[in-house]
Design a protein around this ligand. Structure first.
Ligand code: CA
Length: 392
């Protein structure tokens, strides 16, 4: 109690001194100047700027429980979202056709990303990009330089009049407008479709569409080639081939016995693809094409890219996935993934660290362990895998 009182009296004794947040924000002036911000703008924008409490709270949180991919997909590609996507495609048909012509990106994919990011403009976030970025730059636990750049870029966007500062809506993580671009992505990829000189992804849906199309095009989108195919693997298939990395042509996969779920042939048999089991060998299998990785440049998660691709397909009349998800499985918690990683490491299968994240090294280590112990080598961190490792 005494210590608290002493601390409180020290604060009271120095009322004129700027607090740590204000000092930190002011220390970002050189970065803002490098980004082209004037001193007058910087002073105006930072006057009285306070941290965003929700951003502080959410940036410090890491979910311990991971949502199963089938639950994620059920929300992300709900009937409501499919219906909304069809309505959006219809309403903006002419604009989307022009954008497709100019950027060579498929309209339903642009609409699907809009649906995934903000539910077609319904939830653009009620935070302010400058404030959120300042908070992350000064209160974040990591990536200080990255967020300083976002902060400086956000101020520059407002200074240039693309959107008034107070209308610069973002998520708590400074992802802005209909398309949820972080400020530096806005600088690199946002586009002015309607030609008013502003790249206004907050208030112009055509600008937002063009920005998303431009982003995908610049990352190598292949027009009118899909993202991938749900496939059925034959009995006795070597599940070790589903490493989510090694590419073979669709014709080669076909020779290994893979068929399109629901039948049909491959339109371009020479396209390279890799085999992915998002929920292990007991769930659906997919051959992923180049565009799947382009979608991942928007958000680097298989579940996200699969949701975008599937939503796009559903919007233009495609059906649900044919194969069932392993609904009785529960994904491992982060603590359990850490346990898997340390047990594998102890047995000589390097997971590249014990961080609770299932990356390519962890998957490869799981596969090697599964192979050596006569299990199905699908590289999937199941509860069964954990109990096997605990027993041995
Ligand atoms: Ca515009």
């Amino acid at each position: 109690m005494a210590a608290v009182l002493v601390a409180a009296s020290m604060v009271a004794a120095a009322p004129a001194a700027a607090d740590a947040f204000t000092q930190c924000v002011q220390s970002k002036w050189p970065a803002a100047r490098s980004a082209g911000v004037t001193r007058a703008t910087f002073d105006r924008v930072t006057a009285g700027l306070r941290p965003d409490p929700k951003t502080v709270e959410l940036s410090g949180r890491q979910a311990e429980f991971v949502k199963p991919i089938w639950e994620y997909l059920a929300t992300a590609v709900s009937d409501k979202r499919v219906t909304g996507g069809r309505a959006a495609l219809d309403e903006h048909r002419a604009t989307l056709a022009n954008i497709a012509e100019r950027w060579k990106v498929d309209p339903e994919v642009v609409v699907a990303i809009w649906g995934m990011e903000t539910s077609y403009g319904t939830y653009m976030g009620d935070h302010n990009a400058v404030r959120a970025a300042a908070t992350l730059a000064c209160n974040g636990r990591r990536r200080g330089t990255f967020w300083t750049q976002q902060f400086a870029a956000a101020i520059k966007i407002a200074q240039d009049g693309h959107v008034p500062l107070e209308r610069m809506n973002s998520s708590w993580g400074a992802a802005m407008g209909h398309t949820q671009f972080i400020p530096t992505s806005w600088q690199a990829y946002a586009a002015d479709y309607d030609g008013d000189g502003k790249r206004d992804i907050w208030r112009s849906i055509p600008d937002a569409f063009a920005s998303t199309a431009n982003y995908l095009a610049k990352h190598g989108w292949r027009y009118q080639e899909t993202w991938g195919y749900e496939v059925v693997v034959p009995r006795g298939f070597d599940h070790g081939l589903a490493d989510g990395q090694r590419k073979r042509t669709l014709a080669e996969w076909s020779q290994l016995g893979l068929r399109r779920a629901g039948g049909g042939s491959w339109p371009r048999p020479n396209d390279p693809a890799y085999l992915l089991y998002p929920a292990g060998a007991n769930g659906p299998a997919f051959l992923m094409l180049r565009n799947f990785d382009v979608i991942k440049r928007y958000n680097n998660a298989d579940a996200y890219a699969l949701a975008v691709g599937h939503l796009a397909d559903r919007i233009v009349g495609g059906g649900a996935f044919e194969q069932a998800w392993p609904q009785n499985e529960r994904p491992l918690t982060r603590a359990q993934v850490r346990e898997v990683q340390s047990l594998l490491t102890r047995r000589g299968y390097s997971t590249g660290g014990v961080d609770g994240q299932v990356g390519p090294m962890t998957r490869a280590a799981i596969r090697a362990y599964q192979k050596a112990s006569g299990k199905v080598p699908d590289g999937y961190p199941s509860t069964q895998l954990l109990s096997d490792l605990q027993r041995r």
